[in-house]
Design a protein around this ligand. Structure first.
Ligand code: GLC
Length: 599
């Protein structure tokens, strides 16, 4: 078994590890025994379901979406109406009082936070969703816990079983050494990677917020405890675990302590255990790092890790294409072979609960004659709405006044120009904003991978400026795009005379088309094509389908000779509108922000 080998490789073979390994074995046995029969039935079909064209996700905060889990039950039909087949509940396990980083500071993994409901209710919701063919994804925050977590308390009380579960020192010698090479995650709101607590006289590693204490995976007990939690939650019916912030799990003095080889071992051990106990479950890894590092989290044939990873690059490149009206960077970056294994799949998304950081392939930028730093500044200012002519309204996130570096916050609709158009009561701008919103979704829904929508985007929800009135949120601009679901507006969703209606019905339609055509499954890879027109993104799916997407507000012509092999000109038609697409003098015309799914 790889598991045993990896375990001893990481932890050594002393008596303590042997004891811990035997404990791990009983945790696994126990979980197998208590796995409900209904879930075992699902298990018998394995976990290939994630490759289906039918999988379409929505991520949401329970309180922002429906107040609580009880009310959520009444909203399941809404999700089904849109065509959603998996729901990602943003952190809903018990988290600390006050600021808890949107729930990412868990104080009890086995309890649902009171403000959402109870574990019993969650189980009920999971089974109601299953009946509607909707799978459940939850966040599994495994790099850190809240400092109030019982493990932290027991550790401080000196309980030997909880000894060393966190990373703490009596003086700052080692912390200072660490700081020499560690990067800063929240340099503005939570600078540094250690916090000194006078009451316990300890320096504790806190890479994220001060109240998020990093777990010490050098201690096999941490791994065991986390596995126990994972299996307990899996047995409640969770189908997808979103493994939060995995690159940070292993710390090594003198390094940046990201993407360490041991992280890969830890994840592959977890995967092996899940396969043993709950083989229908999949892992979705969150690693917002360079693409060549991201793909490593898919693991290898012998040592699988995550089934699905976030396609952060595509997300960033979509915004880049919109702002610059130039798709070359996207097309070239997406054409690069980073070595995604055959069964590894991306989650494609345009917006999520986090900020957008501008990590680009600088070589490609330079090749295009652009200065990477200047280009990044252009994106930062454009998305904030400061660049002349920008349609976006957003805010900066973690702005560094010295380097002028920043990331950006804002909702999809506001950054697509809807807020500006409404402020200015500008009909034409409004039309363009809606087109941009749909354009982004058209790529997310058609590109190979699993589309993930961010709740509210399906009705074009705007920035929530009220976050500044909430003291725990005011200093974190990510709350700008975490507003409450506007159910009043959602009532317009089938009224085509409204913006909400135009957005919702078209997204719904694209989802429907996707779900009824195997070309959207994982089997068919998307391959970008250079059409010679810099404003038009084009990709084909193994010559069976061609997507064209105009990222500019101007009409564009595409030379159909660029994809001659495809059988053009002639008999193509657009899957979305059903209309035949003709080429005139070997050219295909695309209106402002128009997209075509051609077969
Ligand atoms: C992930 C989450 C982010 C959170 C961080 C710490 O990156 O997406 O919202 O702040 O982890 O848990």
């Amino acid at each position: 078994m790889n598991l045993e080998r990896n375990y001893y490789e990481i932890y050594g073979t002393n008596d303590i590890t042997k004891y811990r390994f035997s404990q791990l074995m009983s945790i696994i046995e126990q979980a197998k025994k208590s796995r409900p029969a209904s879930l075992k039935k699902l298990d018998s079909e394995g976990n290939d379901w994630y490759k289906s064209e039918k999988l379409v996700g929505m991520m949401l905060y329970v309180d922002r979406f429906s107040e609580n889990l009880f009310e959520f039950e009444n909203k399941i039909d809404y999700l089904a109406e849109l065509g959603v087949t998996y729901v990602h509940f943003m952190p809903l396990l018990k988290s600390r009082e006050g600021n808890n980083d949107g729930g990412y500071a868990v104080s009890d993994y086995l309890m649902v936070d009171d403000k959402f409901g109870t574990m019993k209710q969650l189980e009920r919701v999971i089974s109601l969703l299953k009946k509607k063919g909707i799978r459940t994804c939850i966040d599994f925050v495994l790099n850190h816990t809240a400092k109030e977590h019982i493990w932290a308390k027991k550790c401080l009380e000196g309980d030997p079983d909880y000894n060393d579960m966190y990373i703490m020192y009596d003086d700052d010698t080692i912390p200072k050494e660490y700081e020499k090479t560690l990067t800063q995650i929240f340099p503005g709101v939570a600078p540094g990677n250690f916090t000194y607590y006078p009451d316990i006289n300890k320096y504790v590693m806190t890479r994220f917020y001060e109240f998020q204490w990093d777990l010490n995976y050098r201690n096999p007990q941490v791994f065991n405890k986390i596995v126990e939690v994972l299996l307990t939650l899996a047995n409640k019916g969770v189908d997808i675990f979103r493994l939060d912030a995995i690159p940070y799990m292993w710390k090594e003095l003198g390094t940046i302590s990201m993407n360490h080889p041991n992280v890969h071992k830890l994840i592959s051990m977890m995967y092996e255990i899940a396969q043993e106990v709950c083989p229908s479950v999949i892992f979705l890894g969150e690693a917002i790092v360079e693409p060549f590092e991201i793909v490593k989290y898919f693991g290898t044939e012998e040592r699988k890790e995550c089934n699905v990873m976030y396609n952060a690059s595509l997300m960033v490149l979509l915004w880049n294409s919109l702002a610059s009206r130039d798709v070359r960077l996207m097309a070239r970056s997406m054409s690069k072979d980073y070595g995604v294994p055959d069964d590894g799949l991306w989650i494609n998304y345009a917006r999520c609960h986090d900020d957008i950081g501008w990590g680009f392939e600088t070589d490609i930028l330079r090749d295009m004659g652009l200065d990477p730093e200047m280009h990044k500044q252009f994106m930062i200012q454009f998305m904030e709405g400061k660049f002349p002519g920008s349609f976006s309204i957003g805010e900066l996130y973690e702005f560094n006044p010295v380097t002028k570096d920043a990331r950006n916050s804002g909702t999809l609709a506001s950054m697509c120009g809807l807020e500006q158009a409404l402020n200015e009561k500008h009909m034409y701008k409004l039309e363009l904003a809606v087109k941009r919103i749909l354009l982004l979704h058209s790529i997310v829904i058609s590109y190979t991978g699993i589309p993930l929508l961010y709740s509210g985007d399906e009705i074009g929800q705007l920035n929530d400026w009220n976050y500044k009135e909430v003291s725990e949120h005011a200093s974190d601009s990510r709350w700008l795009h975490r507003g409450k679901m506007n159910w009043k507006k959602a009532e317009n969703r089938n009224n085509l005379a409204t913006t909400e209606g135009q957005i919702f019905t078209k997204i719904k339609n694209m989802i429907e088309i996707r779900k009824s055509n195997e070309l959207f499954s994982a089997k068919y890879k998307s391959i970008p094509v250079d059409t010679g027109n810099n404003a038009v993104f084009c990709f084909h799916k193994e010559n069976k389908m061609l997507v064209l997407a105009n990222f500019s507000e101007h009409e564009q012509w595409v030379d159909s000779k660029a994809f001659d092999w495809f059988g053009l000109p002639g008999e193509m038609h657009d899957l979305i509108t059903g209309r035949p697409i003709r080429s005139y003098n070997n050219n295909i015309q695309l209106g402002p922000y128009e997209y075509l799914w051609l077969v």
